[in-house]
Design a protein around this ligand. Sequence first.
Ligand code: HAM
Length: 416
Amino acid sequence: MIQLIRGFKDILPGEVEVWQHVEKITRALFEDFGFTEIRTPILERTELFKRSIGEETDIVEKEMYTFPDRKGDLITLRPEATASVVRSYIQHKMYATDPVRKLYTIGPMFRRERPQKGRYRQFYQINAEVFGVTSPLMDAQVILLITKLFERLSIPDVKAHVNSLGCPECRPKFNKALEDVLESVKDKLCEDCTRRSGKNPMRTLDCKVPSCREALSDAPSISDFLCTECRNHFETFISSLEKMDIPFKVDKRLVRGLDYYTRTTFEIQTEMLGAQNAVAGGGRYDGLVKALGGPEQPAIGFGVGFERLIDIAGLNVEDFINKPSLYIAALGDRCVSEAFNWQCLFNLEGIRTEMDLGGKSLKSQMKRADRLDAMHVLIFGENELESGFAILRNMKTKEQTEISINNIIDNIKKLI
Ligand code: HAM
């Protein structure tokens, strides 16, 4: 038997209903806030991710599914959505009519990480991206959007961890100070941090290796190096969160695993997930549109891990399963052929109806109706055909009613 690939998973009936519900809630909320959907390809040129996520990141260095196509061009299964959305914004000159664009996308991403609970090699993300707005009020609104999404999915205790990563103006000064510390503790750093110390020092703050954490416990914080504009931006952002009563925590050590971020960055973490505690992450990437060949346009967005969201959402699949309203237990060829016609009409009327086409006994059909949790069963055999009345059984109350088979669609619609 051919099995699926490690780190990949099927989303089966009985679980997909919850996914559909989460998608429905997300779409409704985002569209109320003026977002429109965008769907970009799953394969992109490798170059796009290298230039946006950054060459010195775990994603680009170790986790991308990259391969040459038949002509030898390097292509990659998207490890995230932001780069593709930015590419599309530039390619279709979306900024030309109105630079302010709010876009969302839901779909699979691919990262070749070590699979474990909450970490997959194909996983889904909900992404929202806003282009063309510099104001920190938008940063607060983006956090509001995530918190409200979580609230609507009955997820308790959501707290945004927020930080500012500065801008090309102030970050170099911070990097210099950090590099000096890194130099002084270089013997204690892991291989990755040693390699990144020179090129991408900020990434070392995110290292999970305990000896690196220990060595860098006194490392400087970017917050001490912010330029006036970045500081004002962050302060307005924070006070807007307070005004909107959004729970948050300033986390000066928060850096992200992707290089394009500037200023506001955030993660939504939860104790409910164990090691993989980040449900969502995002921030500003004011330089990315320009860096990828577009005009100077600020941007901010976030990605929510779909599987992790579902893991912590207080949702019961039973509430979303689409059970049949009606099961027709027809007996004998004549009745089956007549009932088949009814079944099609009921389904077209929006009354989900099932029946057996394999000539099963009444007993085994009733058993199947039970298994499907059908609300009503319509019993229709030769006797009923003769008398002109079928029997409608309410499976909960066990009450039975005789229904005239003349005009049966209307008669049943009145009763169920
Ligand atoms: P990210 O932090 O790499 O950000 O991913 C966002 C979320 O995707 C994570 O918080 C996590 O819930 C989920 N996730 C990431 N990797 C995995 C995995 N291997 N298995 C399951 N879930 C995973 C981004 O991707 C940015 N593009 C977000 C963004 C949008 N920033 C601005 N706009």
